[in-house]
Design a protein around this ligand. Structure first.
Ligand code: 5GP
Ligand code: ZN
Length: 111
C-alpha cells in the first residue's frame, strides 16, 4: 500500500519518533505549525475516523490515555490541543488516521 504513514511505521521512511508501543507511534510533524507539533498514528491502517470500528475506537481511546500519561515527558506539560482532520473540508492530506498534537505555546483559536 502506498501510504506514507505505513512506510514510516515499518521504517521505510525515516521520522523523528518521540514514542512507540505495540499499537501506535508519535512522531514530529515534518511541517510543524506550532513549537510542538506531533502526530500520533495508530499502527493499524485505516483512512478516516469515519472508518473506525468499535475496536479501533477503543484502541484510539487507549492511545489518548497513553498520551495523557507521557505528555509531560514530551514537552506538553503546559497543555496541548488534539486535532483529527476528516476529509476534504478539513484538509486531510494523508489518508491514514492520525491525531495532530499541538503545543509549546499559548495557541490561538480560529477556523
Ligand atoms: P493532515 O492534513 O492529513 O491531517 O496532516 C498530515 C500531516 O502529515 C501534515 O501536517 C504533514 O506535515 C505531515 N506529514 C506528511 N508527510 C510526512 C512525513 O513524511 N513525515 C512526517 N513526519 N510528517 C509528514
Ligand atoms: Zn497507512
Amino acid at each position: 500500500m502506498d501510504c506514507v504513514f505505513c512506510k514510516i511505521i515499518n521504517g521505510e521512511i525515516p521520522s523523528e519518533k518521540v514514542y512507540e508501543d505495540d499499537t501506535c507511534i508519535i512522531i514530529k510533524d515534518i511541517e510543524p505549525i506550532a513549537p510542538v507539533h506531533y502526530l500520533m498514528i495508530p499502527k493499524k491502517h485505516y483512512a478516516y475516523i469515519k472508518e473506525a470500528t468499535v475496536s479501533d475506537a477503543m484502541e484510539l481511546s487507549f492511545m489518548l490515555n497513553k498520551l495523557s500519561q507521557i505528555a509531560d515527558e514530551i514537552g506538553l506539560e503546559k497543555g496541548f490541543r488534539l486535532i483529527i482532520n476528516q476529509g476534504d473540508d478539513a484538509g486531510q492530506t494523508v489518508k491514514h488516521l492520525h491525531v495532530h498534537i499541538l503545543g509549546g505555546k499559548k495557541l490561538s483559536w480560529e477556523a
